[in-house]
Design a protein around this ligand. Structure first.
Ligand code: NAG
Length: 335
């Protein structure tokens, strides 16, 4: 009896140990980031628009930008829209049924071509309201296009998009919040939150088989605009992007359109944060070789890709192309 008791205990212990190891293994290969599958048209192309810093009930040219997005969206037959955050001004949404959601989103982006999936991240202004409300499925019930999570992955066949919650990286919001109140529920302690997020991202990069890797966050990594570079992202996020063959980092935060090339890798930094209020008027100096384009007014960006080619275009409030950039990549993955 005593003997079988011990062996029973040993068996349970072994099983527990095995389960723990297996879970760790599962965790290692899957990470914790939710992955969405985004089917494409099946013609070997992927096309989408990128807009940021927009929700102002149509004011500050938001409606004009929205109208041109509709026109270009139709021309390109886009698959989806990416929002780089600061979705609702001034202080995010107050609650799930805040009418700003309909006034600044549903009733503004009305074109038929924009009735596609929208993938959104949170910006610092969104954190000044009820940040959790913006992540709620309740909003998707109001407008089925809406999907906003803190950090998540989208597998769009040709490309994989890695959406990153950048606001908790920025120390100033914690140490020097001024008159603002941030909704840090589910995010603190920020140090642990960021460490886990970076780990999950790294696993997701390693696991990705997509031809193009696109990272989307609200804050800048490189910018000559009002806010400039975000030092915390340069320190913690950029090395991971460089080490994992990321092609693009797309962001908002600075209310402008800009394109800067990395000085060490093929990464292109693309700011599309001109969905409404713009014209800050201050530009920081940068090595001219790296700065490909800067525009301080309103507008948005389009991305068109195939397995081998990519084309980026920036548009102003009249839908005129301000900057175009194209690149190719061999059919075999770059090692
Ligand atoms: C709207 O866009 C036009 C054209 O770029 C610009 O001249 C005007 O200042 C903008 N209005 C606002 C409120 O930003």
């Amino acid at each position: 009896m005593a003997n079988s008791g011990i062996s029973y205990r040993t068996m349970v212990l072994t099983l527990c140990l095995w389960l723990a190891t297996f879970n760790l293994f599962l965790y290692k290969i899957c990470g914790e980031l939710h992955r969405f599958e985004q089917p494409t048209k099946g013609d070997g192309t992927l096309k989408f628009l990128v807009v940021g810093d927009w929700g102002r009930k149509g004011y500050y040219n938001q409606s004009h930008v929205a109208f041109q997005m509709g026109r270009i969206g139709k021309e390109l037959e886009i698959d989806f829209v990416v929002s780089t955050g600061d979705n609702f001004y001034d202080n995010g949404l107050e609650r799930e049924d805040d009418p700003s959601f309909v006034d600044s989103f549903t009733n503004i982006y009305t074109a038929k071509s924009l009735q596609k999936q929208w993938f959104s991240v949170l910006g610092n202004h969104d954190y000044r309201g009820d940040a959790v409300a913006q992540l709620s499925p309740f909003l998707t019930k109001i407008d089925s296009r809406w999907l906003c999570l803190r950090s998540f992955l989208v597998n769009a066949e040709i490309a994989e998009l890695f959406f990153v919650d950048t606001t908790p990286f920025v120390n100033d919001y914690f140490t020097n919040p001024e008159d603002h109140k941030y909704d840090w529920r589910d995010v603190t302690p920020a140090k642990t939150y960021i460490a886990n997020l970076l780990n999950d991202l790294e696993s997701a990069f390693k696991e990705s088989r997509a031809k193009w890797k696109i990272v989307v966050g609200h804050h800048t990594i490189r910018s000559v605009g009002h806010h400039g570079d975000t030092p915390e992202l340069v320190q913690h996020l950029l090395p991971i992007l460089r080490a994992n063959n990321v092609d693009f980092y797309m962001n908002g935060h600075d209310h402008c359109l800009e394109h800067i090339s990395d000085d060490k890798t093929p990464i292109q930094f693309l700011t599309s944060g001109a969905g409404s209020k713009a014209w800050r008027g201050d530009v920081k100096k940068l090595n001219e070789e790296n700065l490909k384009f800067f525009y301080d007014g309103q507008g948005f960006m389009s991305v068109q890709m195939t397995q081998s080619d990519v084309e980026i275009e920036f548009y102003d409030v009249y839908g005129r192309v301000l900057h175009r950039w194209a690149a190719s990549k061999g059919l075999h993955p770059v090692m």
